[in-house]
Design a protein. Structure first.
Length: 279
């Protein structure tokens, strides 16, 4: 029993360290896109330079890169051959998030009774956890620290089944046109297509962790969004978006659900893999 507690405590500590690090340092692929972006027009260059300076200061001072440290959005991918308890997984995720919020200078951003009193939980909990079954025997836990300046610009459109790829592109571009500078561009976009309304929304967040995006559709959306010239900070020019990831799955013959998750330039995410005996 004591050994089991030690294993779970170690797993929660790994999650804590992953989350704290992710709040201060962006993933390598995200950093590369920000560093290599060639701003053009408007106040694009000055805004991009400010973002880069902000990221340097976050690392230098070991502090979160944004005051909105976000909600904990979590995807748990469980291998079919894994012999783990869902109760243990949930407790480890919650404890890891609690430790991160306590030790990592995370803003308390969660309220109860969302449409009435909106009392702050004071803990930045609960995390929002989704589960899926995958091949293999490992457990992979992925996190987005999702700020709401960008989340408030996300959305779902239920298109006609004949809308095709052009309809998907138009839906995303229209949502971004209405968002303007509110989501702190340049943004990272996750697009979910298919399933049902709720599955499309789930796919749009899972897309940030996927290595199998629809490349052609992603490039088309990226180009069209950048043609809006909303620009860094919403002050005009290029880039408006740095990356688009698309995931799709089967859907009903009568519909074409399209969901968009908007991430600001601070695309804070991390993934931890637990092998046999580690959880």
């Amino acid at each position: 029993m004591e050994q089991d507690k030690a294993i779970l405590s170690k797993a929660a500590d790994r999650i804590k360290r992953c989350l704290i690090a992710a709040s201060r340092t962006l993933p390598g692929d995200v950093m590369a896109l920000i560093e290599n972006a060639e701003p053009l027009g408007g106040k694009a260059e000055s805004v991009m330079n400010a973002i880069r300076k902000n990221l340097q200061e976050a690392v230098k001072n070991n502090l979160p890169m944004c005051q909105d440290t976000g909600v904990f959005w979590c995807l748990v991918s469980i291998g079919r051959s894994a012999s783990v308890s869902l109760t243990d997984i949930e407790s480890v995720v919650v404890e890891g998030c609690n430790l991160a919020a306590t030790e990592g200078f995370f803003r308390r951003s969660i309220v109860t009774e969302p449409y009435t009193e909106r009392r702050n939980t004071g803990t930045n909990l609960p995390p929002f956890i989704y589960y899926e079954i995958v091949d293999g025997s490992d457990v992979e836990i992925s996190f987005l620290m999702k700020g709401f300046g960008s989340e408030n610009c996300s959305g779902v459109r239920m298109l006609n089944p004949t809308a095709g790829p052009e309809g998907v592109v138009d839906a995303v571009v229209d949502m971004m046109r209405k968002a303007g500078g509110k989501p702190c561009p340049p943004v990272f976009l996750g697009v979910g297509v298919g399933g049902t309304m709720d599955r499309a929304a789930f796919l749009s967040k899972k897309a940030f962790f996927s290595e199998t995006s629809d490349g052609a559709l992603s490039e088309m959306i990226l180009r069209k969004v950048n043609e809006l010239r909303i620009g860094p900070g919403g002050l005009g020019g290029y880039p408006t978006a740095l990356s688009v990831s698309v995931l799709s799955e089967p859907t009903h013959i009568a519909g074409l659900p399209v969901a968009l998750t908007v991430n600001c330039w601070a695309e804070r995410r991390c993934t931890i893999r637990f092998g046999k005996g580690e959880l």
